[in-house]
Design a protein around this ligand. Structure first.
Ligand code: G3P
Length: 221
């Protein structure tokens, strides 16, 4: 089974600054040895240094709907392209956007060849997001985020029903799931439910041995 794994660095100390690069190198080495696609999403300030240190795809955690000009503190799409980002997360549950901004952000991303991953919290919001034609929809029940309780086991219906709802609207959109994913069996269960990969964070970043945790994650596919 082929799958994509996106490691969202969030703002953990273990994935900030120089640690962002170290973790990306671990991801790159596991991606090479396993043949599984692994991408990382560091903080904006770390994106360029990570993207210049590894060859795996590097995503932004966010993109703001702004053009060039007077927009202090915003994340401008062109700055992500110039930093060699491959894509961006949008509407993460820790960084929600309005529906109107999600639609625009997907367009802004595509305009400069950035892949877009729209995060959602339910089957209905996943269906709505798929109308905007992003590259990925990633369904993540917020109540399971950071708990270590995998969505693919605790709430398998949200994954399979999201896949069905999204594919009914737009077959080109790939569906990921996330929240509480950390082990090989969690990823395997997600793929069996029809997801094409996972978005995850704490299970790897907070692990005593992130490399061993990543190796376990890809061990059953
Ligand atoms: O974006 C990934 C996410 O929110 C899930 O977090 O820590 O439950 O893997 P975590």
């Amino acid at each position: 089974m082929s799958a994509i794994i996106i490691l969202n660095y969030k703002t953990y100390n273990e994935s900030t600054g120089e640690n962002a690069v170290k973790l990306a190198k671990i991801c790159e080495s596991v991606a090479k040895s396993s043949g599984v696609k692994i991408a990382v999403a560091p903080q904006i300030a770390d994106l360029y240094r990570v993207a210049t240190a590894v060859e795996i795809p590097v995503f932004s955690q966010n993109l703001d709907v702004v053009g060039p000009g007077s927009f202090t503190g915003h994340v401008y799409s062109k700055s992500l392209c110039d930093a060699n980002a491959a894509g961006t997360l949008l509407n993460h549950s820790e960084k929600r956007m309005t529906l109107a901004d999600i639609e625009k952000a997907v367009r802004y991303a595509r305009k400069c060849s950035l892949l877009s991953v729209v995060c959602t919290n339910s089957i209905k919001t996943s269906a709505a997001a798929s109308l905007f034609d992003p590259d990925f929809v990633a369904v993540e029940p917020p109540e399971l985020i950071g708990t270590g309780i995998p969505v693919s086991k605790a709430n398998p219906e949200i994954v399979s029903d999201t896949v069905e709802a999204v594919k009914n609207i737009n077959k080109d959109v790939k569906v990921l799931c996330g929240a509480g994913i950390s082990k090989g069996e969690d990823l395997k269960a997600a793929l069996e439910l029809g997801a094409e990969g996972v978005l995850l964070a704490s299970g790897i970043i907070k692990a005593k041995d992130p490399k061993a945790a990543l190796e376990d994650l890809v061990s059953m596919i």
